[in-house]
Design a protein around this ligand. Sequence first.
Ligand SMILES: [Fe+2]
Ligand SMILES: [Fe+2]
Length: 264
Amino acid sequence: MDEPTFGKRETVADGVEILPSYLPVPGFGVLPVNAFLLRAAQPMLVDTGLAMLREGFLSALSSALDPQTLRWIWVTHADADHVGNLAAVLEEAPEARVVTNYVGMAKMTMLGLPVVERVYLLNPGQSLNVGDRTIQAVRPPTYDAPETTALFDPVSGALFSADCFGALLSSPYEDSRQIPGNELGEGLTTWATVDAPWLRVVDARLHRQAVTSFLERKPKIILSSHLPPAPGMNDRLGEILNRAIDAPTFVGPDQAAMEQRLAQ
Ligand SMILES: [Fe+2]
Ligand SMILES: [Fe+2]
């Protein structure tokens, strides 16, 4: 895969659809970049995808539902791969409010995103009623931005884990159960060291506790922004993440290595 590619919208859990895309990372494989649509009584979009794939993203969203009926846009954090199409979705979905916290609001405002008038501030530990269910806001054990807020939907049993449990993969997969064991272990560990370079200095016992408490709701499916849907894989993913603190710190290619790679 040489180009960023938008995937196919699919149902991945009861009332939950994935809006998947794949980002080639030269030398490292492919990074899934997922947004999700939760068909609650008050429909919610979780993240807004990559700006470079705007057309595909917006048409997948509007083929799923009338954007005028969208009520919530949960922004897990303000990174480019999560807010890429936020301004465009806000324009198409005038009734939708942006769920984030104070730091997230500040960062999106600095990016020039028109969220101040539309924001709904929610902190980890708090919850949000979306008509037919109450969504729980949770802090994941690994993240690359302080505002990161994951979410658990008790009705579908889906844990939307933000960057946590992401993995660099050899190619796109529709389901994480299809990923060979070694590839999943290495890909998830490498991503954890990229996304959370501070893992090396974390206390092992506290890290394990954070992983355990993140999974204590016993999700039926883990929906990471950067992993194909992972049903029934809580223990496996938790074990890999527990061990990731022992992995070497990630160092990207420098200018010389990049030039060598481009010359090949
Ligand atoms: Fe991120
Ligand atoms: Fe991300």
